[in-house]
Ligand binder design. Structure first.
Ligand code: FAD
Ligand code: NAD
Length: 476
């Protein structure tokens, strides 16, 4: 006999578990199916984000930044710490403890809201007035019946043809977060978000890091002024070695090392020998094995489930959210979609503003933006004005010894409505929330410039950048 629910969510990453909780808050009976297993074989909630993504990477970024600051930045404050060392096993154990704690937290939230957690691999079996699904887990196969289905099966690391990932020598994000010792020479294929974040972690801990990037432009999605500043800082004092415009031809793995053969931008042949290699060339949607063909669920050529702006699939009462559908592969984008879909199912007017989704890279300094870049506005022929202010003129930044970077605000030349905000600097991940609010509320740069900001605070740089747009910065 099938278990019957109003909503079955497939996948308990940030998109799926938030959709499940919001559905339950709205009075719907909900089951959430997930097949994730920890290395010790236990089923666990939280998906890529919690286990091998956002959370563990940020834990290691934080630990490695403490080490770097202790070595190079504390002396300027008059703090001497003598010989500084670190214990990677402790760092890794701390990271794992955070992951376990948050996983238990999601399970507790499911209990609190009455969401049934069904461990195992879920797939569609048949459709009709209700959807029939099968979940294969440790104890065999369970049958579920649902009025609504939300597919939130996420993504997996994209592979390069003929490059086998063993997650020991040649790694994806899973292996790249779990090294037991710091490699002397780390190679990274792909200078995108994962490459730069994980490259930064291991560089801070002592690895010589080389990133090989196929595109001729560094960070093309970021505003070009931010990308230029990031390039200067990462390849300058920080010592990340980044080669652009390369074509990787082969990767040869031996017992303790790997060699990447590639062509440089000028066509010459080159080789990179490294002790560990991270392949970080993007992610692909996890839509295989879903039983899509059994029910006629439309999937595009890249494997994304086809959806409209409200995440409705081609099937009635079947939705798809998060990394498995179009749009940026970001945890908070998936969460917003989960809330929207739950509200639509409950008869409300769910909505996601895709123009107000922030991007953050947790490098040092951090990079964050929301809205259009200057090059996008130029291409679209939109008349704009730009205001920019450096952290170096800010008292709090000087006090923190975090003077690198700037905030730039782009606003419509006629209406003054804010179109894009770009920050590179310490705490940019936190500062960007104000810019998201401004864009969501349709604020003008004058609005931002007239809001009282605490002094001294990094957030004053946001205000000063807004004032700079009208040529009236107070401190610069
Ligand atoms: P996922 O988190 O991938 O979860 C999908 C879940 O579905 C998984 O648990 C999977 O086991 C399960 N599943 C799949 N198929 C089935 C099935 N058939 N049956 C049952 N269960 C199934 N994003 C940010 O916003 N900020 C960051 O700082 C950030 N850092 C990242 C760092 C790294 C190293 C990586 C790899 C990613 C990072 N991301 C970050 C991206 C973020 O992890 C994803 O955007 C996010 O996890 C997507 O959420 P999701 O719920 O769509 O999918
Ligand atoms: P990415 O798209 O950010 O970067 C991949 C890079 O690899 C690109 O620059 C691409 O040009 C390059 N590339 C592709 N094929 C290549 C090849 N054959 N040789 C050399 N370079 C090649 O993807 P990612 O870094 O793998 O991260 C995946 C996704 O995870 C991101 O798109 C992002 O959505 C998410 N993520 C987010 C955060 C965050 O929000 N802080 C952190 C990590 C990951």
């Amino acid at each position: 006999m099938a278990e019957r629910y109003d909503v079955v969510v497939l996948g308990a990453g940030p998109a799926g578990y938030v959709a499940a909780i919001r559905s339950a808050q709205l009075g719907l009976s909900v089951a959430c199916v997930d097949r994730w297993r920890t290395p010790s074989g236990e089923y666990a909630l939280g998906g890529t984000c919690l286990h091998v993504g956002c959370i563990p990477s940020k834990a290691l970024l934080e630990s490695s930044e403490h080490y770097e600051r202790a070595r190079h930045r504390l002396a300027a404050h008059g703090v001497s710490v003598g010989e500084v060392s670190f214990d990677l096993a402790v760092m890794q154990a701390r990271k794992e403890a955070i992951v376990r704690r948050m996983g238990r937290g999601i399970a507790a939230l499911f209990r609190k809201h009455g969401v049934a957690w069904i461990p195992g691999h879920g797939r569609f079996v048949a459709g009709g007035t209700t959807w029939k699904l099968a979940v294969t887990g440790e104890g065999g196969t369970r049958e579920l019946e649902a009025t609504h289905v939300i597919v939130a099966t996420g993504s997996t690391a994209r592979r390069l043809p003929d490059v086998e990932v063993d997650n020991r020598i040649v790694c994806d994000n899973e292996g790249g977060l779990a090294f037991e010792r710091v490699p002397e020479r780390l190679g990274v294929i792909g200078a995108g978000v994962i490459g730069l974040e994980l490259g930064s972690v291991w560089r801070r801990l002592g690895a010589r890091v080389t990133l090989l990037e196929a595109l001729p432009t560094f960070l093309p999605a970021a505003d070009e002024s931010v990308a230029q500043e990031a390039w200067r800082l990462f390849t300058g004092a920080q010592g990340l070695h980044i080669e652009l415009g390369v074509r990787v031809e082969s990767v040869v793995r031996s017992r303790e090392a790997a060699t990447v053969r590639y062509r440089r931008a000028d066509g010459s042949a080159a080789e990179l020998a490294c002790d560990r290699l991270i392949v970080a060339v993007g992610r692909q949607p996890a839509s295989e094995g879903l039983g899509a063909e059994a029910v006629g669920l439309a999937i595009d050529a890249q494997g994304f489930i086809e959806v409209d702006k409200n995440c409705r699939s081609n099937l009635p009462r079947v939705y798809a959210i998060g990394d498995v559908v179009r749009g940026p592969m970001l945890a908070h984008k998936g969460e917003e979609e989960g809330i929207m879909v739950a509200e639509i199912i409950a008869g409300q007017h769910g909505h996601v503003n895709y123009d107000a989704i922030p991007w953050v890279m947790y490098t040092m300094p951090e990079i964050a933006w929301v809205g259009a870049t200057e090059q996008e506005l130029r291409t679209q022929g939109i008349a704009y004005r730009a205001g920019r202010f450096p952290f170096a003129y800010n008292g709090r930044a000087l006090g923190r010894d975090d003077v690198e970077g700037f905030v730039k605000i782009l606003a419509d030349a006629v209406t003054d409505r804010i179109l894009g905000v770009h920050a590179i600097g310490a705490l940019a991940s936190e500062l960007i929330a104000e810019a998201v609010l401004a864009i969501e509320f349709g604020a003008s740069s004058e609005d931002l410039g007239r809001i009282c900001h605490a002094h001294p605070s990094m957030s004053e740089v946001m205000r000063e950048a807004a004032l700079a747009l009208a040529g009236r910065s107070l401190n610069g």
